[in-house]
Design a binder for this molecule. Structure first.
Ligand code: CA
Ligand code: CA
Ligand code: CA
Length: 473
C-alpha cells in the first residue's frame, strides 16, 4: 500500500456535484410492492407473413394497486429467427413515453421451440417514469428488422398474430416486474424468471450497462435519457476557476461506430481553461466488471504541448465526512505530460478506502507505469468480495487489497482536466482530446477481458448501442 500526498482529488468533482441539483435527479426506485402487476396489450401494423420488418406495437398497463416504476418492467416478444446467424435491429417509430425512454435488446432462448428461438426484450429508462394504478404507457410503435434488411418470416413467430389489428390483452408476450414474471406465457421451458434457466447467471447479477456512445451531441435528449450528465457546474478537480464546458463533449462516427470526444483546452489562464466530464447521474454501480475503450493522447491537437493533463475513467461516490470509510473510488488516470511531481508520462490505477481533504491525507493503494499510453486501450477493472483487479489491453496491471473494496455504490465517470498551469507557460491556445468508444458494466460478475470483448461484440452484432438494466440501489 502506498499513499501519495501530492495528488489532487478526482473526488472533488463529485463533492462539487453533491451541492447541485444533480443528486436530486437520482432515481430512487423501491422494489415492486405486493399486489403490483401489469398487463400487456399487443397489435401489429405489419400483418403479412413475410415482411420487411416486424411491427409489434405494445401497451403496458398497471393492473395492480400501487404505482409501478417502468424501469422495473421488461416485456419479451418471442420469435423464430430467419437463420441461425441472423441478426436483428430494434427501432422505435413513436411512443407516448418517448422513444428515447424505451430500450430494445435481443436474446437467445436456452430451450428453442418450433416457433421461438429468440426474443426482443423491451425495457424502459428511468426517464419513462411510473404508471399509477389503472394507467398505461399509451402507444409504443416498435419494430425490428434483419440487420441485412432481408425480409423476415413472421408466420412462424410465437408472439405474432396477423389478425391482431387493434390493441387487446396478449398473453403470448411476457412481462417481468422487478425480475418476476407477472404477465403472459413464455415458450415452454423459457420462462424469463425461471431460476433453473441456464442463461441466468449463477449467483445472481449479470444486469448490464452498455453504451456505444452513439449520440448526436452533448445536448442529444437520448444522452440524458440514458442516464448521463454532462457536467457544467464549477469546482474541482483541476485549475481553480476553470469552466466545465458541455459543448466540448462531442460525438463523431467513423465506419458506423460513434465515439465520444472530451476536449480540454487552455490559453494559460483560468479564464481560458475548459475542462470536460461525463458521468452517470445514478450512483448504482458497485461490485462487478467495468470496461471502457479509451484513446489517450500525448500531444495537443493544436498549440504548444506540455500541460499537466489528466485523462480518466473512474467510479466514485461521495465523501460523507472526512475519513469516512464508506467512501469509494477506483481510477484509471493517465498523465501524458507528468504532474503530481512526475516529469513524464505516467498511468495510475488507484483504489481508495477514504481521504481527509484538509489536512490532506489519502488512504489508497495504487499501481503505476511510467511510459506512454498514447492511443486506444481496453481498460477493465473488476471488483468482487476479495480484491480489485485492473487490466490494460487484456494484461493484468494491478491487484489491490480487500481493505479498499467499496462499501456503497458509485457513479461511472470520464473526465479530462488540468492539474495546474505550470506545465506550459505559453498563452498560446492549445487543446487536448480524450476519446471513449464504449462503456460496459456487468453487475456482480467478474468477466475476463476476453469475455468483455465478446459481450461488446455480441451487442454490436445485435445492433444494440445502449442497454441499462442495472437496478437502482
Ligand atoms: Ca420468424
Ligand atoms: Ca462507440
Ligand atoms: Ca471505502
Amino acid at each position: 500500500m502506498k499513499s501519495r500526498s501530492t495528488r489532487r482529488r478526482v473526488a472533488l468533482a463529485l463533492a462539487a456535484l453533491l451541492g447541485s441539483t444533480v443528486v436530486a435527479g437520482v432515481q430512487v426506485v423501491s422494489a415492486a410492492g405486493a399486489g403490483s402487476t401489469v398487463a400487456v396489450q399487443y397489435r401489429t401494423s405489419a400483418s403479412t407473413s413475410t415482411a420487411d420488418q416486424s411491427e409489434p406495437w405494445l401497451k403496458v398497463r398497471n393492473t395492480g394497486s400501487s404505482a409501478v416504476q417502468l424501469s422495473q418492467v421488461k416485456v419479451r416478444y418471442y420469435f423464430k429467427a430467419d437463420s441461425a446467424s441472423a441478426t436483428y435491429r430494434f427501432a422505435c417509430s413513436w411512443a407516448v413515453k418517448g422513444c428515447a425512454n424505451i430500450t430494445g435488446t435481443f436474446g437467445t432462448l436456452s430451450h428453442p421451440t418450433a416457433t421461438a428461438d429468440r426474443y426482443l426484450e423491451i425495457g424502459f429508462t428511468s426517464g419513462a417514469g411510473s404508471l399509477e394504478p389503472g394507467a398505461d404507457t399509451g402507444d409504443m410503435q416498435l419494430r425490428f428488422y434483419q440487420s441485412n434488411w432481408q425480409p423476415l418470416n413472421q408466420a412462424d413467430d410465437y408472439s405474432f398474430s396477423a389478425s391482431q389489428s387493434a390493441y387487446a390483452d396478449w398473453a403470448e408476450v411476457t412481462a417481468q416486474l422487478a425480475g418476476s414474471t407477472v404477465w403472459g406465457t413464455a415458450p415452454e421451458g423459457n420462462d424469463p424468471g425461471d431460476p433453473t434457466d441456464p442463461t441466468d447467471p449463477p449467483g445472481g447479477g449479470g444486469q448490464t450497462l452498455f453504451d456505444d456512445f452513439d449520440y448526436a451531441s452533448s445536448s442529444d435528449p437520448s444522452l440524458s435519457a440514458h442516464g448521463w450528465n454532462v457536467r457544467s457546474n464549477s469546482g474541482g478537480p483541476g485549475v481553480p476557476g476553470a469552466t466545465w464546458d458541455p459543448s466540448k463533449v462531442t460525438f463523431a462516427s467513423t465506419s458506423g461506430n460513434s465515439v465520444m470526444n472530451l476536449q480540454t483546452s487552455t490559453a494559460g489562464s483560468a479564464e481560458t481553461t475548459r475542462q470536460t466530464e461525463v458521468l452517470t447521474r445514478s450512483m448504482k454501480f458497485k461490485n462487478g466488471t467495468y470496461a471502457a475503450r479509451v484513446k489517450f493522447s500525448d500531444a495537443p491537437t493544436s498549440g504548444p504541448d506540455g500541460d499537466h493533463l489528466v485523462q480518466t475513467f473512474f467510479t466514485i461516490n461521495d465523501l460523507k465526512a472526512p475519513m469516512a470509510d464508506d467512501y469509494s473510488e477506483y481510477d484509471f488516470e493517465y498523465l501524458p505530460n507528468g504532474g503530481w511531481g512526475e516529469s513524464g508520462s505516467i498511468l495510475y490505477t488507484t483504489s481508495w478506502e477514504t481521504y481527509n481533504p484538509d489536512p490532506w491525507n489519502a488512504v489508497n493503494q495504487h499501481t503505476e507505469a511510467r511510459q506512454s499510453f498514447a492511443g486506444w486501450h481496453d481498460l477493465v477493472f473488476t471488483i468482487d468480495d476479495s480484491d480489485i483487479k485492473y487490466y490494460i489491453d487484456g494484461r493484468l496491471f494491478g491487484t489491490h487489497d480487500a481493505q479498499y473494496l467499496p462499501e456503497r455504490p458509485m457513479s461511472i465517470n470520464f473526465n479530462q482536466w488540468l492539474i495546474d498551469l505550470a506545465g506550459q507557460s505559453s498563452t498560446a491556445p492549445r487543446s487536448y482530446d480524450e476519446q471513449v468508444d464504449f462503456v460496459l458494466h456487468v453487475k456482480d460478475q467478474v468477466l475476463t477481458p476476453a469475455q468483455v470483448t465478446a459481450k461488446v461484440s455480441a451487442y454490436r452484432a445485435a445492433g444494440t448501442t445502449f442497454v441499462d438494466d442495472v437496478p437502482a440501489p
